[in-house]
Design a binder for this molecule. Sequence first.
Ligand code: FES
Length: 176
Amino acid sequence: MGYRNQPMATVKAAVDKTTLFSEKTRQDIDNWVAKYPDEWKQSAVMAALRIVQDDNGGWLTPELMDKVAAYLDMAPIAVYEVASFYSMYEHKPVGKHKICMCTNVSCMLNGSDKIVQHLEERLDIKLGETTNDGRFTLKEVECLGACVGAPMMQIGEKYYENLTPELIDSILDSLE
Ligand code: FES
């Protein structure tokens, strides 16, 4: 068998995967890997990136993406492609609370522009920016699948729907 026909795992130097992540992180990733057939463990890449990102304060570095690639026996470029395609992955530090504001069609038709304006004024930042105190990042995102509650936003794992400026104030006041 020629070099080109060998599975990647046999031509790459073996990696001690226990050195890549903490035991807890490996367990979390392994729980997702277990959901797929052995030969399709790369299907866990999105979950693995999310887990690693959460462990790193909400953003990914090239080194972390390389580790995910090594852990799942993937080419690094394949991991970069996933991490750069989906908006839920961050490539620079974010605030403690990442506000993902939907401005897609349903939300736009229901006044997301006014909500964005209120958020920008209240936080004194623009879309894509983080407050100086590191508490909030304001991010514009595409449809989050909650159009019935438009306009809406996501903070952490929670959706906030039927937003008004008053509701925004109470939500932000409730966050640490
Ligand atoms: S358009 Fe905003 S959630 Fe669908």
